[in-house]
Design a binder for this molecule. Structure first.
Ligand code: PLP
Length: 383
């Protein structure tokens, strides 16, 4: 039997052995409550503090600017609800982009904000000008992701952050705050909170080869962000409740490893991604979704005429290849709002699949993926 090939790294990455080795002694030896005064508590508190420092270092922040959370969805909700609550006198207007993850669009909807959703072009790009044009005197938050989870398109978050900062300076205001969902970024893109001009930034552990149920929200010192949860004083009162130390330590070590591997992995995966794109585009009726150049080096999202993406994914799975129709968070057969935002027809959206490469992906996997997809697509079409 052939080995399975996992090509769904945008949904979840396997746990790195470095992260596991960092977590294991915490599970067995640092189980105390970090709020306790005794030695067991102090040991746990030290591990937690080291996790804050390590995460902060990866993004050019200070340890006290990191709130460890249960993942990106929680971080995003803290950012959205917290900034609206703190900025209620100014207003409740939020600017975001049509291709943001459901966690961002859903949190904004759930918070009852007045939202302007900026559109993207047919390659998935949003322009800085269109973000600026959407700003109003009552805008409290702008949320633009660094890289898209479905089509891998990399936004000009630096340019957008710089322009927002200039807009604020001109008006002598701290508003609007700038949040970026960087969940898909750390493996491939440099993240520096200063040059990004972000006030808030979201990270997710399971995307960086860390354990699930962990992540972080970066909150710039003095950024007006109100507490959302009631409870104890953990994580500066912003994330009350006994901390997930094992998750935090695993996430912190996975993130550091990911940053250390970033350049090498990006350079290794780029030609593999191109080989996959070339191979799949050679199949009749195939079209690449999203910009080919400004795109994560591990992302391929492609549509096939006359094929249902879901059927292709299921047949690929049966043939030993794990792929996806898009965001793992959509569930069911809801069509992709991201591909719809690029202006694609229902047929193109339904005929799309996402293949995302990772650390274990080799050239032989790419070649097998191409021939298997070709065989299945031609088979479905009866060609
Ligand atoms: N944002 C992006 C860009 C994502 O890719 C994901 C997960 O797919 C999320 C947010 C949600 O992450 P989590 O499952 O850690 O809450």
């Amino acid at each position: 039997m052939q080995n399975r090939i996992y090509l769904d790294h945008a949904a979840a990455t396997p746990l790195s052995s470095v992260a596991w080795m960092a977590m294991e002694p915490i599970l067995t030896g640092a189980w105390g409550n970090p709020s306790s005064l005794h030695q067991e508590g102090v040991k746990a508190a030290q591990a937690l503090h080291a996790a804050h420092e390590s995460v902060a270092k990866c993004i050019g922040a200070h340890a006290d600017e990191i709130v460890l959370t249960s993942g990106a969805t929680e971080s995003i909700n803290l950012a959205v609800f917290g900034s609206l609550r703190a900025g209620s006198i100014r207003g409740k207007h939020i600017v975001t982009v049509a291709t943001e993850h459901a966690a961002v669009l859903g949190a904004i909807r759930a918070a009852g904000a007045d939202v302007s959703i900026v559109s993207v072009d047919d390659r998935g790009h949003v322009s800085t000008e269109s973000i600026l044009a959407a700003l109003r005197d009552d805008t409290v938050l702008v949320s633009v992701m660094m890289a898209n989870n479905e089509i891998g398109v990399v936004h000009d978050a630096h340019g957008i952050g710089k322009a927002i900062d200039a807009w604020r300076k001109k008006r002598g205001s701290v508003y609007p705050l700038f949040h970026s969902d960087a969940s898909q970024a750390p493996n491939y893109l440099e993240i520096d909170v200063e040059s990004l001009h972000v006030d808030l930034l979201t990270l997710s552990s399971p995307k960086v080869y860390g354990p699930k149920g962990a992540g972080a929200l970066y909150i710039r010192r003095n950024a007006p962000l109100a507490s959302v949860f009631g409870g104890g004083k953990q994580e500066s009162g912003r994330r009350p409740g006994t901390e997930n130390i094992v998750g935090a330590v695993g996430f912190a070590s996975a993130l550091s490893e990911s940053v250390a591997m970033r350049h090498h992995e990006s350079a290794r995966l780029l030609p593999l991604r191109e080989r996959l794109i070339e191979g799949l585009l050679a199949i009749r009726g195939a079209s690449l979704n999203g910009d080919r150049i400004r795109r994560l080096p591990n992302n391929v999202n492609i549509a096939f005429d006359g094929v249902e993406g879901e059927e292709l994914v299921l047949r690929l799975d049966a043939a030993g290849i794990a792929a996806s129709t898009g965001s793992a968070c959509k569930g069911g057969s809801e069509p992709s709002h991201v591909l719809a935002a690029l202006g694609f027809s229902a047929n193109r959206i339904n005929g799309s699949v996402r293949l995302t490469l990772g650390r274990a992906t080799m050239a032989t996997d790419i070649d097998r993926a191409i021939s298997t997809v070709r065989e299945i697509v031609l088979g479905i079409r009866g060609e």
